[in-house]
Design a protein around this ligand. Structure first.
Ligand code: ACO
Length: 170
């Protein structure tokens, strides 16, 4: 008899989550992005969490949600303003269990609640297919400088303006 996967739960970010989320951020980049980015690019990217105070400010300034499996944080995502996904990271040990999908579902609802008609994301090359499957369309290719390394990503956009938007006719 097959075992069912543990259920993903979401909660708001708390300041004391910062070290754990910094560790998930680094592990996610190291473990999941090697097909698309070189080791030096990965190191530069993961270095964004080295200064935990700065990383914590980035999480706190956005609307950040923490995903847990059986009570343990395994991923997080953040909504910047009303209409931009700033971060989405899942620990390598927890991929393929719907963690990112749960986080994105919630951010898309929150964006609608903030009045956004569309949501953008600067998707890493390894995450672009994940977003495309959710209805995000590629708008623009970017190359960004991170600690002296150049990393490519793609700005993608999803229209949220459907019948489920608050205030829309049903
Ligand atoms: N490519 C193609 N399809 C994918 C990928 C992928 N890399 N990842 C997940 N999917 C599919 C799954 O198969 C699943 O499909 P299904 O519904 O048909 O079964 C669906 O997308 C949902 O998958 P989840 O299990 O919810 O995704 P997961 O929790 O494994 O996380 C993520 C995906 C976030 C891309 C993870 O691999 C990750 O953290 N990657 C490294 C960090 C990263 O690049 N983050 C994004 C940076 S851009 C930014 O932050 C805005």
């Amino acid at each position: 008899m097959g075992q069912s996967l543990p259920k993903v739960a979401l909660r708001p970010y708390l300041a004391q989550d910062t070290p754990m989320l910094a560790a998930i951020f680094a592990a996610s980049i190291e473990g999941l992005t090697g097909d698309d980015y070189s080791e030096t690019q990965q190191q530069a990217w993961a270095g964004a969490a080295d200064d935990e105070e700065k990383f914590g400010k980035r999480l706190a300034t956005a609307l950040t949600l923490v995903a847990t499996l059986e009570g343990s944080p395994v991923g997080f995502a953040s909504l910047k303003g009303a209409d931009h996904i700033d971060m989405l990271y899942v620990h390598p040990a927890a991929v393929g269990q719907g963690v990112a999908a749960s986080l994105c579902d919630a951010l898309e609802k929150l964006a609608k609640g903030r009045g956004a008609r569309s949501l953008t994301v600067d998707a890493s090359d390894n995450a672009a297919e994940f977003f495309a499957r959710r209805g995000y369309e590629a708008m623009q290719r970017n190359t960004v400088s991170v600690s002296g390394e150049w990393l490519a990503n793609t700005t993608m956009q999803k229209k949220l303006d459907d019948a489920t938007r608050p205030g829309a006719p049903r």
